[in-house]
Design a protein around this ligand. Structure first.
Ligand code: NG6
Ligand code: CA
Length: 503
C-alpha cells in the first residue's frame, strides 16, 4: 500500500475505531516499550509460570491485553531490535548478534520509529540495552561516540552498549561514558588480548560464576566477559545494581517529560546473562538465578508503572511489554538454569528457545496496557513487532518517510484489541527462516553454516536441513512434520518466502 493510501486508512480507522480522533499535544498518549531480554512466553505468571511470581506484569495483563501469538522478528537480540526500530526485516541488512565494539547498523539517513515519533512531537528516550552498534569504525570510548541513539532519533540515551556479558561494562549517557576518569582511559578489544582486567581462563579463582570457553575474557566484578578491556575503573557498572540504575533513570526521564508526550524505549538487561540478581531478589524464586532475575525484572516493571501512576500518566500511556527473543537456560554461565527449572516451562507449550526457528524462539510474552483506550482481555491475533512502527505511526497520525519501514504493516486496531485480525504471513528469522500463514508453520531448509556452539547446545540436529510444515491448530508444539501431506501449502509458503526475500 502506498503511503497516501495508508494515511487515508489511518484517518478512516480513527473515525470508526478510536474515539479521540484529534489529539492535542497534551492528549497524545505517551508510549513506553518495556523490552525484556530473553524472556520466554511461559516466564510470566499469566502465561503459566510456575517457578517465579510476576505480580507487576500480571497486573498489567489483568488491566490490559495479553497476546498469545505476538512475535519478535527474530530469535536473537540485535535482529529483533533492528526490526523494531526500523520496520525492516533484519536479513535485509544482515543484522546478527554484534560484538561490543561493532559499528552502528542502523542507517542514520533513514527514518526510524523514534524519528517518526519526534516528527509527531514526542520527546524520545532509550534507557538500557542497545546492542545495535555504535560509531563508524573503531570506537574511542574516551570521547563522545559520534554515531548512536541520537542519530537514530533518541533525544536522550542511557545505555548498556551491547550486552551484560560483553565489554566495555560501562554505561553511556548521551554517548559518553558515565564517570570516566580521563587519567584512566578505556581500551577494548575483541581480537588481540590486551593486558588490563585479568582474563577468565587464567583466573578461574576470581569468578562468581564459571563459564563456557566463549566467556573467558576480562574478569570484571567477578564475572568473565566476552572481549578484553583495560581502564575505566571508576566507570564500571556493578551488575547487582543495574536494575536500580536503569529503573531510576527511566523514572527520571518520565518525570522530566511529564508535561509533554514522550516515547520511552526501556530496554532491560534482565533476564540476559550474567544473571546476577541483587540480594533483594536472591532466592525469590525456586529456579535459582534465572528465576530470581525474572522477579527482579518484574520489580522494574512495577517501578515504571508506579512512577507513571504517581505522575498521573498511567491512564493515557500506551505500555507495550514484550521481549526480544525466546528463553534460554544455559547460555554460557553456569548458573544452574537447566538443573533448577523443574516443571516451569520457559517457552510455554511451544517448541524451541532463543536461537531457534521453532515457535518459542519468537513467540513473545506480549501485553498492551492503555487504560484510556484498551479494554482488558486476551488476543490471539498473529502480530509481529516489525509492525509496531507503522501501527504507531497510524496512532499518532504521521506519514512514513519514503523508503522507511519497508516491512512494517498497520495493525493498530489489533494491537489495541479492536480487531482480532492478524498478519496473513509472518516471517520468523533465526539460523533458518520460518513463515507463519495463519496456523500453518513452514520452515525452510538453508545451507548457511550454523555456529558450532549453537548446534552443540541449542538446536535439534538437522533442523535447518529439511523442509518442515506444522499445523499449529492441532499441533502447537511442532512435533509432527506434515510437509508430505500438504504439498500445495508448502509450495505456497515457499513462494511467499521467496517473494519476501526478493522484495
Ligand atoms: C552469543 C553468546 C551468548 C549471548 C548472545 C547474545 C557465545 C557462545 N554466546 O554469541 O552468551 O551473549 O551472543 O544474546 O558467545 S542476545 O540476547 O544479545 O542475542
Ligand atoms: Ca536477547
Amino acid at each position: 500500500m502506498n503511503s497516501k493510501f495508508s494515511i487515508y486508512f489511518c484517518v478512516i480507522f480513527f473515525f470508526l475505531g478510536v474515539n479521540n480522533t484529534i489529539f492535542s499535544q497534551k492528549e497524545k498518549p505517551n508510549i513506553v516499550i518495556i523490552y525484556v531480554d530473553d524472556l520466554g512466553f511461559g516466564d510470566i505468571g499469566v502465561n503459566g509460570a510456575i517457578g517465579v511470581k510476576t505480580p507487576n506484569i500480571d497486573k498489567l495483563a489483568k488491566n490490559g491485553l495479553n497476546f498469545t501469538d505476538a512475535h519478535c522478528s527474530a530469535a536473537t537480540c540485535t535482529p529483533s531490535r533492528y526490526s523494531l526500530l526500523t520496520g525492516s526485516y533484519a536479513f535485509r541488512n544482515n543484522a546478527a548478534i554484534l560484538e561490543g565494539d561493532a559499528p552502528l547498523i542502523i542507517d542514520v539517513k533513514k527514518e526510524t520509529l523514534p524519528k517518526m515519533l519526534q516528527k509527531a512531537g514526542y520527546k524520545t528516550g532509550v534507557v538500557g540495552k542497545w546492542h545495535l552498534g555504535l560509531g563508524k569504525g573503531k570506537i574511542d570510548w574516551n570521547k563522545r561516540i559520534p554515531l548512536g541513539p541520537k542519530e537514530v532519533g533518541f533525544d536522550y540515551s542511557f545505555l548498556i552498549p551491547a550486552t551484560g556479558d560483553r565489554v566495555p561494562t560501562v554505561f553511556l549517557e548521551n554517548q559518553e561514558v558515565v564517570n570516566l576518569d580521563p587519567n584512566d582511559p578505556i581500551s577494548v578489544s575483541y581480537g588481540t588480548r590486551i593486558e588490563g582486567y585479568p582474563w577468565g581462563f587464567k583466573h578461574p579463582e576470581l569468578l562468581k560464576q564459571h563459564t563456557d570457553p566463549y566467556h573467558q575474557g576480562a574478569v570484571i566484578n567477578g564475572i568473565s566477559r566476552i572481549g578484553y578491556m583495560k581502564g575505566g575503573k571508576d566507570a564500571l557498572w556493578v551488575d547487582e545494581k543495574i536494575p536500580f540504575v536503569l529503573s531510576e533513570t527511566a523514572n527520571n526521564f518520565i518525570e522530566d517529560n511529564k508535561e509533554n508526550p514522550f516515547f520511552l524505549y526501556f530496554s532491560l538487561h534482565d533476564i540476559h546473562q550474567p544473571r546476577i540478581a541483587n540480594i533483594k531478589f536472591v532466592e525469590s524464586s525456586t529456579m535459582g538465578p534465572r528465576g530470581d532475575v525474572i522477579a527482579q525484572m518484574d520489580w522494574c516493571v512495577g517501578q515504571i508503572t508506579e512512577s507513571l501512576k504517581k505522575q498521573n500518566l498511567l491512564e493515557n500511556t500506551l505500555i507495550i511489554f514484550t521481549s526480544d527473543n525466546g528463553p534460554i537456560l544455559d547460555d554460557g554461565y553456569l548458573d544452574y538454569a537447566r538443573e533448577l527449572v523443574g516443571n516451569h516451562k520457559p517457552g510455554g507449550i511451544y517448541r524451541g528457545s532463543k536461537y531457534s526457528v521453532y515457535e518459542a524462539g519468537t513467540r513473545m510474552p506480549t501485553i498492551v496496557h492503555w487504560p484510556k483506550e484498551v479494554k482488558p482481555g486476551k488476543s490471539s491475533a498473529l502480530l509481529s513487532q516489525v509492525d509496531l512502527y507503522k501501527s504507531l505511526a497510524c496512532l499518532v497520525k504521521q506519514d512514513i518517510a519514503k523508503g522507511a519501514a519497508p516491512d512494517s504493516q498497520d495493525f493498530l486496531k489489533s494491537w489495541l484489541g479492536k480487531s482480532n485480525k492478524g498478519r496473513e504471513f509472518l516471517l520468523e528469522e533465526a539460523y533458518t527462516y520460518g513463515l507463519r500463514m495463519g496456523n500453518w508453520k513452514y520452515i525452510q531448509p538453508k545451507n548457511k553454516p550454523v555456529p558450532n556452539w549453537i548446534v552443540q547446545k541449542f538446536v535439534d540436529p538437522g533442523f535447518n536441513k529439511k523442509v518442515q510444515l506444522y499445523n499449529l491448530d492441532k499441533d502447537p508444539s511442532e512435533s509432527k512434520n506434515v510437509y508430505k501431506d500438504y504439498p500445495k501449502i508448502v509450495k505456497k509458503m515457499e513462494k511467499k518466502l521467496n517473494e519476501i526475500f526478493n522484495q
